[in-house]
Design a protein around this ligand. Structure first.
Ligand code: NAD
Length: 483
């Protein structure tokens, strides 16, 4: 499967250039150089995509679930067949280690298609019997044309997480991947052609958020938007879509706490906390960026955590043993560096990292950052309140359960939390009180695709995953039959 230098939109089953003829630079974050160009699409391209989706909808929505299952499974199989090429493309486009792309990102994209292909075979709806009077049954019908907009941190993984349930439930889709990492979505279009997905069922429009993305959100005939991205973008999107009464699913930012009690399994906690802090250079919405450690083990934790963080190999995504690649873009690198300056101004002590990393040769212009651990900051300072979304964590001691629950809940976010303890009643007690959509006890990122996925407070509205996604992408219609 070949990548191309000029990416194209996927509209009505064809790969087509943007109507304007304009393109945007696509950077390789490991070299800092432009290596491809993506369509700078606008409302005219979105219009074409919506028209194609509307043409395809009557037939796709009536296609039996067995046939939708078959085609989605074929897409999954083709992702598997091209796994190496897709992983390579993802690592070049996003700067992430090839071990991460090939073991996490692409397999998960495949599994998303497999999961929703089979889920639709088991999806059923409710019926409510009124004794002696009537029976109600609920039809769950596809919405029509829906919009899916995804971010750059897990490009194909999150793109497919939205598209697969939308298609499985019989909707036609106009989707926009992030302009920062468009390559694997482009390759997915070729896979859909090969899999025999009928023209217009999935349309992929590349381009900038405020232009192509905005045109999707504003389009009156796109009835639902599933969005994953930053909280401010989500707020703007809601403002646009709400007066049009669109169905909205918003998966937004986080500032997740990682709570470590002294009675935890120290080695298991340490191994996982290194991952939950720095996996994908901390650019996973579920990474735990505020680490709270119970005082009796604080010193021991700090010493071992800093030692292991310093040992993480940062560099060439294709290098053997690389644990962290580049961060995704120059603007994102600058944002993280500004956050580090703020942490210093706020009185934080940088225990390790804190600087850009200069590599040699081809990688000299790459956006590499040292993994960074900061201590000495108050829980309510900006560094501990605002999302950084990079390889940066703060560590803070605590004395009581009540105190740490207060810290954990003391931000505007509420996506996920991690708790480390061998005390079972405490695990239940704390989980119950945490303001988060997801709580992991003695683990992190252990995902069962059937579970509800999403956040509370400023981390989002609605849930993805399993039945939640199938319900989001369908409209319930109750039919009441009187005897
Ligand atoms: P972003 O909000 O900048 O962009 C996300 C997507 O929205 C991109 O495709 C972008 O082009 C598009 N967009 C931007 N402006 C738009 C507009 N006006 N109308 C329509 N679309 C628009 O986010 P990002 O920088 O790509 O991703 C990082 C953010 O995503 C972080 O805040 C992270 O926490 C969050 N995230 C959340 C989850 C989750 O499941 N909750 C998962 C991954 C990432």
């Amino acid at each position: 499967m070949t990548t191309d230098q000029y990416l194209q939109n996927f509209i009505d089953g064809e790969l087509v250039p943007p109507i304007s003829g304009n393109y945007i630079d696509d950077y390789n974050p490991s070299t800092g150089k432009v290596y491809a160009y993506l369509p700078d699409s606008d409302a005219a391209d979105v219009q074409k995509a919506v028209e194609a989706a509307e043409r395809a909808f009557p037939s796709w929505s009536r296609t039996g679930t067995q046939e939708r299952f078959r085609i989605l499974l074929r897409i999954a199989d083709l992702i598997d067949e091209h796994l190496d090429d897709l992983a390579r493309a993802e690592s070049i486009d996003a700067g992430k280690p090839i071990s991460v792309s090939s073991r996490i990102d692409i397999p998960r994209a495949r599994d998303n298609f497999r999961f929703f292909a089979t889920a639709i075979l088991h999806f059923s709806s409710e019926s409510h019997h009124m004794e002696g009077q009537a029976t109600n049954f609920t039809l769950r019908q596809p919405i029509g044309v829906v919009g899916c907009i995804s971010p750059w941190n897990l490009p194909l993984y999150l793109f497919s997480w939205k598209i697969a349930p939308a298609l499985a439930t019989g909707n036609c889709v106009v989707a926009k991947p992030s302009e920062v990492t468009p390559m694997t979505a482009y390759l997915l279009a070729k896979i859909c052609q090969e899999a025999g997905l009928p023209p217009g069922v999935l349309n992929i429009v590349h381009g900038l958020g405020p232009k192509a993305g905005q045109a999707i959100v504003e389009h009156p005939r796109i009835k639902a938007i599933s969005f994953t991205g930053g909280t401010n973008t989500g707020r703007h999107l809601a403002r646009t879509a709400a007066p049009m009464f669109k169905k909205l699913s918003l998966e937004l930012g986080g500032k997740n706490p990682n709570i470590i009690f002294a009675d935890c399994d120290f080695e298991e906690m340490m191994k996982t906390t290194i991952r939950s802090s720095f996996a994908n250079s901390g650019q996973i919405c579920l990474c735990g960026s505020r680490i709270y450690v119970e005082r009796p083990i604080y010193e021991k934790f700090r010493e071992e955590f800093v030692r292991r963080t310093k040992a993480l190999q940062v560099g060439d995504p294709f290098g053997e043993g690389t644990k962290m690649g580049a961060v995704v873009s120059q603007p994102h690198l600058e944002k993280i560096m500004a956050c580090l300056d703020l942490a210093r101004e706020e009185g934080g002590t940088i225990l390790c990292g804190g600087e850009r990393l200069s590599l040699d040769g081809e990688l000299a212009g790459g956006y590499f950052l040292q993994p960074t651990v900061i201590e000495g900051l108050a829980p309510n300072c900006r560094t501990n309140q605002e999302e950084i979304f990079g390889p940066v964590v703060t560590i803070t001691p605590f004395d009581t359960e009540e105190e740490v629950i207060g810290y954990a809940n003391g931000t505007t976010y509420g996506l996920s939390s991690t708790v480390w303890t061998t005390n079972l009643p405490r695990a239940h007690r704390v989980a119950e009180q945490l303001q988060a959509g997801i709580v992991w006890i003695n683990c992190w990122l252990l995902r069962d695709l059937r579970t509800p996925f999403g956040g509370v407070k400023n981390s989002g509205v609605g849930r993805e995953g399993g039945l939640e996604a199938l319900r989001f992408f369908t409209e319930p219609k109750n039919v009441c039959i009187k005897y």
